[in-house]
Ligand binder design. Structure first.
Ligand code: ASP
Ligand code: MG
Length: 419
């Protein structure tokens, strides 16, 4: 008998028939002798619709009120799912994030979890019930409702799994695992059977949209094993866990692309101590998340600084840059929104030299110009023109043979599933 957390995303609970199907899955897992906790998202596109409603009444809605609004989406799903389970003759009880004691900081719309109390979850399990928890939401210590950022239900699921010591956290979604590239761009992309937290973090941070980045961070920090799988079939998906010696590693795990960032360049800033500090302090104060930074060689005492930021921070970034440019007496600045970041991720980079060179050669052969480069010990990212993103992904997937199964001995996904 296992203690399982199962998370169902928006598509998996997109209408009442799908909610009934999820109810059946949960009851089957329970009847098979497991204790089950479900974490669910808002139905279908409900979160997007709520965002549209807010935009219709206020262009810059107060973030506290935004959270009041967004948290309603998940509350609809938990109640309906509990009712559907009761209709199948089984005991179930639903809880909101605040009821479960998902305590966060006060960073409205992207709050961070500080503590998971989960007493009511444990008690309800003891009483033999299927427990249903609203994803994406929490509460500050002084009772303000918060949300955890888009895709935050993944993080709720992992946090609840850590809080109750679950054997596995199964993330049911509309794709059946983590792939070596986006299968819509590379039809031959391969499903990855097992991947380390380290590599999954890099994939999630650079554009793989299967898991929210914070959920992977939380899982790594608390040793929660994640199983990403489809809610529409019973196939094993992708296991995310600590790398261990028995886990035969592919040299390269995958290639990702991200078109959600914009590039800002400040021209002719004085090349002297303290300038970069001023530019990026201004951006930090404006709560802008800077990703890549490149400073050019200086000419005649002046230099260019380029950096990338999420497009959703663009309005705030522009304001911050404007005032810094004026203060520094820089010549001008410009924004390029038509960029993409293409990244190659693989633990094998630690031991195989020359991977970056091979990546650049492959991009050159495809006629792709590289604008900016950044690396970590297991990742190389390039900023390129957005219109070439898919071409670049396909070229790299080919170059590194990612469609072929490079893993000699795959580990069977660990048990604990509902099936
Ligand atoms: N409903 C939220 C969203 O659409 C949270 C989630 O689904 O994970 O981002
Ligand atoms: Mg998601």
């Amino acid at each position: 008998m296992s203690l399982i957390v199962q998370k169902y995303g928006g598509t998996s609970v997109g209408n009442t028939d799908r909610i009934k199907a999820v109810a059946e899955r949960l009851v089957a897992a329970k009847r098979a002798g497991n204790d089950v906790v479900a974490v669910v998202s808002a139905m279908g596109d409900v979160t997007d619709e709520l965002l549209d409603l807010a935009a219709a009444v206020n262009g810059e809605p107060p973030e506290r009120e935004m959270d009041m609004l967004l948290a309603t989406g998940e509350q609809v799903t938990i109640a309906l799912l509990a009712m559907a389970i009761h209709a199948l003759g089984h005991e179930a009880i639903s809880f909101t994030g605040p009821q479960v004691g998902i305590v966060t900081d006060a960073g409205h719309t992207k709050a961070r979890i500080q503590e998971v109390r989960a007493d009511c979850v444990r008690e309800a399990i003891e009483a033999g019930r299927i427990v249903i928890v609203a994803g994406f939401q929490g509460t500050t210590p002084d009772n303000q409702i918060t949300t955890l950022g888009r895709g935050g239900s993944d993080t709720t699921a992992v946090a609840v799994a850590a809080g109750i010591g679950a054997d596995v956290c199964e993330i049911y979604t509309d794709v059946d695992g983590v792939y070596s590239a986006d299968p819509r761009v590379v039809p031959s992309a391969r499903k990855i059977a097992v991947i380390s937290y380290e590599e999954m973090l890099e994939l999630a941070a650079t554009g793989a949209r299967v898991l929210q980045l914070r959920s992977v961070e939380f899982a790594r920090n608390h040793g929660v094993v994640i199983h990403v799988r489809s809610s529409f079939n019973d196939l094993p998906g992708t296991i995310v866990k600590e790398a261990d010696p028995s886990m035969e590693q592919a040299m390269i795990s995958g290639v990702t692309h991200d078109t959600t960032e914009a590039k800002i360049t400040i021209r002719d800033v004085p090349d002297q101590p303290g300038v970069a500090a001023q530019v990026f302090s201004g951006l930090a104060e404006a709560n802008v998340n800077v990703d890549m930074i490149v400073q050019n060689v200086s000419e005649a005492g002046a230099t260019d600084i380029s950096f990338t930021i999420p497009k959703e921070d663009l309005v705030r970034a522009k304001r911050a840059v404007e005032s810094v440019v004026e203060r520094l007496g820089a010549r001008s600045w410009l924004v390029d929104e038509a960029v993409a970041k293409v990244s190659l991720v693989g633990a094998g980079m630690k031991t195989h030299p020359g991977i970056a060179a091979r990546m650049f050669r492959s991009l050159a052969k495809a006629g792709v110009n590289i604008d900016m480069i950044s690396t970590s010990s297991i990742r190389v990212s390039c900023v390129i023109a957005r219109e070439q993103a898919e071409l670049a992904v396909r070229a790299l997937h080919d170059e590194f043979d990612l469609a072929t199964d490079q893993i000699a001995a795959e580990i069977a996904p660990s048990a604990g599933g509902a099936e």
